[in-house]
Design a protein around this ligand. Structure first.
Ligand code: F6P
Length: 528
């Protein structure tokens, strides 16, 4: 039997043992547990003490990581080997924050200097139009060319002291129209971000923006892409084209020139702080023993939940309004990376891979779907994220926010038994008939796992560390499942079919389409 198979079997045994106990028992019976299951690094605290895990199960998980050769895989990625095997590319996003070496031909420091010089010129009004400095910047891009800068711009709002930032991604023209409603074209810089510079949505929005800018539009556009020729062909002046490299995946590209709009917002120094925070997390991921390694432990916990406890989705709840876009950002990072059903050899994977990731900020989410988290028929693990220090908010509000965050994880773990509910109702003087009728509805089963991630504060450096923490966590899961986290073939078919459907939608020539789609087209065209 292979070491890996043995490790999976050992995990199954631990899962059986722990299923027979409860989170309440684990938490109350072992006072060492919080210290044992909480790790800190790079301004982040990872608290696994409310997971249905214990130290022996965690040891079995790290044994699985070793049997899956996680350490060697980590080195291969850092050494620039073509770990993205289906596209024969390296995955060197860590090189963008100078944690590992970039390929010789790539001038990463020079490219960053040029980018940040331009960003500072825009901020200081040395770049602008005849009517004055730019007041607004619109980032046009989608997926990784939107979500990273959009999420980070929201997260770092207190640090934004440059022009206002706006993001247009959806090909629904309403997105562009709604964003530019109150903007003045003559004072707006449009940054077109697209790794390929061929993405249908982005190119359609870029054309719309060029028309909106009007005469002299070219001088108010910047382009970020690996496809420099296409930027020039579109009309972006050469001095405003910023390149990056094919070894940077779209969903790992915030650290490249794709971060331009964010850099304009927060400035060069804070952008470098963001990179420095990510670099600290890289060093931790590359050097710390697996047992102390935050992204490794977090990734192993995700594997444990999915494969040993059989959960199918994860709710990610930032108790931080400024992290409102984090769930969307992580949906791309996690689900484009881990939504795979064949392994590196093209064979069906032996284990279930990524479940669904979803979420909304707390406390708002408490007043919508938390009912299901507490009393629904499925157990859905929750990842809580909160900042210890408030950023620009009152201490009083922050305490209320944190109290709610801790209360939710406590309620999920410990629940409230029917006996406790009955005792409470009795103490309130309610009748036995009323208690019998209502107690089942008011019972909380508990035993629902969660992880709490605390940030020392939400600043550029800690945000950088947090994003890198998630990137590496995803990598860990991919290695354990034996899949390639760096390709995204699953988005291709829809793109190809949309290109075939568009002419049919325009002309009504649906003969080549399946009857269901053809009928919908006729319906849309008003032919039915
Ligand atoms: O959704 C597929 C995808 O290729 C993502 O991986 C990528 O981030 C996005 O489209 C945008 O691609 P591009 O930057 O080439 O426009």
């Amino acid at each position: 039997m292979s070491l890996r198979t043995e490790a999976w079997q050992s995990l199954a045994a631990h899962a059986g043992r722990l299923r027979a106990t409860s989170l309440g028992a684990l938490i109350h019976n072992d006072l060492e547990r919080p210290a044992q299951l909480t790790k800190t690094a790079c301004g982040l605290t990872l608290d696994l003490s409310k997971e249905l895990l214990d130290a022996p199960a965690l040891r079995a998980l790290t044994a699985l990581a070793r049997a899956s050769e996680l350490e060697a895989a980590r080195e291969s990625m850092a050494d620039g080997e073509p770990v993205n095997r289906t596209e024969e590319r390296a995955a060197l996003h860590m090189a963008l924050r100078f944690s590992v070496k970039a390929p010789e031909e790539a001038d990463v420091p020079g490219t960053l200097d040029r980018l940040l010089t331009f960003a500072e010129e825009v901020r200081q009004g040395r770049q602008g139009t005849k009517t004055g400095p730019y007041t607004d910047v619109i980032n046009i891009g989608i997926g990784g060319s939107d979500l990273g800068p959009a999420m980070a711009a929201q997260a770092l709002l207190p640090y934004i002291d440059g022009p206002r930032l706006h993001f247009v991604s959806n090909v629904d023209g309403a997105h562009f129209i709604d964003v530019v409603r109150d903007l003045e074209p003559s004072r707006t810089l449009v940054v077109i971000c697209s790794k390929s510079f061929t993405t249908q949505e982005t190119m359609a929005n870029a054309r719309l923006a060029r028309d909106w800018l009007g005469a002299g539009a070219d001088a108010q556009m910047a382009g970020v892409s690996t496809n420099i020729a296409a930027c020039a062909e579109f009309g972006v002046p050469e001095e405003r084209v910023f390149g990056f490299w094919d070894w940077v995946g779209g969903r790992y590209s915030l650290w490249s020139a794709i971060g331009l709009s964010l850099a304009i917002g927060i400035g060069a120094e804070r952008f470098r702080d963001l990179l420095a925070g990510a670099a600290r997390m890289d060093r931790h991921f590359l050097d710390a023993p697996l047992e102390e390694n935050l992204p490794v432990l977090y990734g192993l916990t995700a594997v444990w939940r999915r494969n040993c406890l059989g959960t199918t989705s994860t709710a990610l709840i930032p108790y931080d309004q400024r992290l409102v876009r984090l769930p969307a950002y992580l949906q791309q990072l996690e689900l484009e990376s881990l939504g795979k059903r064949v392994d590196l050899a093209g064979q069906p994977v032996a284990q279930a891979t990524s479940g669904v990731l979803w979420g909304e900020p707390g406390t708002n989410a408490q007043h919508s779907f938390f009912q299901l988290l507490h009393q629904g028929s499925d157990v859905i693990p929750v990842d809580f994220i909160a900042s210890i220090s408030p950023t620009g908010a009152s201490q009083e509000h922050h305490e209320i926010l944190l109290a709610n965050c801790l209360a939710q994880s406590q309620a999920l773990a410990l629940g409230r038994s029917t006996d406790e509910v009955a005792a409470q109702m009795r103490a309130q003087g309610q009748s036995e008939a009323e208690i019998a009728r209502l107690a089942p509805h008011r019972t909380f089963p508990g035993n629902r796992p969660s992880t709490t991630i605390l940030l020392d504060r939400l600043d550029p450096e800690t945000l950088g560390a947090l994003i890198a923490f998630f990137e590496h966590k995803v990598f860990v899961q991919a290695v354990l499942w034996g899949i390639n986290p760096f390709d995204q073939w699953g988005v291709e078919l829809g793109k190809v079919l949309a290109a075939q459907i568009l002419p049919a939608l325009r002309t009504g020539a649906t003969e080549d389409l399946d009857p269901s789609t053809a009928a919908l087209i006729q319906r849309i065209r008003g032919a039915n």
